[in-house]
Design a protein around this ligand. Structure first.
Ligand code: DX5
Ligand code: ZN
Length: 220
């Protein structure tokens, strides 16, 4: 079985000590940096934008996984590449021409991801799953960290995994929102490949140990 990955979400980091928190992730068992970009239109919150991402990627030594919660993501695809993005994920609900958007992301040399809001059925991806590198299943409503996990996520992961297997796709399943040591193993057993965790990591007293605990649970 492939190694299951852990992606701490910097949204829960201490922004006044961002470099310190990035170095912590660099030194930990984490695999990816998960970076949430919100525009206040697609979601009811604004996080941070290009200048902050540029500062972040000067220090990151691992895969930079950018989750765009913005309308009209097509406008910024090449900008995100220039800022050091490795994986670029757009929301299904924000893309009228999803196929075109995914091709544009891949033509920049990035992995292409599609995020699904909690109400969006995974079977809507049936005709495009073979073009998607990563499906990001939102297990909370996007916009804020620290929310509680939506239990229907397990069913969505299982259905998506079935679709991926049926279509012979190589797509990774990433889960984002309310992930902790309590649900990590169940999410992996349902079919998840990558676990995003914000508050659970950054609000813990020993962050390195918390990441290592998640990594062990995910690969047990
Ligand atoms: C929410 C973001 C998440 C968030 C997760 O819109 O996409 O990445 O940082 O935070 P937690 O792990 O605290 O739910
Ligand atoms: Zn996210």
């Amino acid at each position: 079985m492939n190694t299951k990955l852990i992606a701490p979400s910097l949204l829960a980091a201490d922004f006044a000590n961002l470099q310190r928190d990035i170095e912590m992730v660099n030194q930990s068992d984490a695999d990816w940096f998960h970076i949430d970009i919100m525009d206040g239109v697609f979601v009811p919150n604004i996080s941070y934008g290009m200048p902050v991402l540029e500062a972040i990627t000067k220090h990151t030594k691992k895969t930079v996984d950018v989750h765009l919660m913005i309308v009209d993501p097509d406008k910024y695809i090449s900008t995100f590449k220039k800022l050091g993005t490795n994986n670029l994920t757009v929301h299904y609900e924000a893309c009228t021409h999803l196929h075109r958007t995914l091709q544009a992301i891949k033509s920049e040399g990035m992995k292409a991801g599609v995020a699904l809001n909690p109400h969006t059925n995974v079977n809507l991806l049936e005709d495009i799953i073979n073009d998607i590198d990563i499906v990001l299943i939102m297990s909370v409503n996007p916009g804020f960290g620290g929310q509680s996990f939506i239990e229907n996520t397990y069913t969505k992961i299982k259905n998506l995994k079935e679709l991926i297997v049926k279509k012979g796709a190589k797509t990774l399943i990433e889960v984002d929102g309310g992930v902790s040591a309590d649900n990590a193993k169940t999410l992996i057993d349902a079919g998840a490949d990558v676990l995003v965790a914000g508050s659970f990591v950054f609000k813990s007293t020993n962050q390195i140990q918390t990441i290592s605990e998640l990594k062990t649970l995910a690969n047990s």
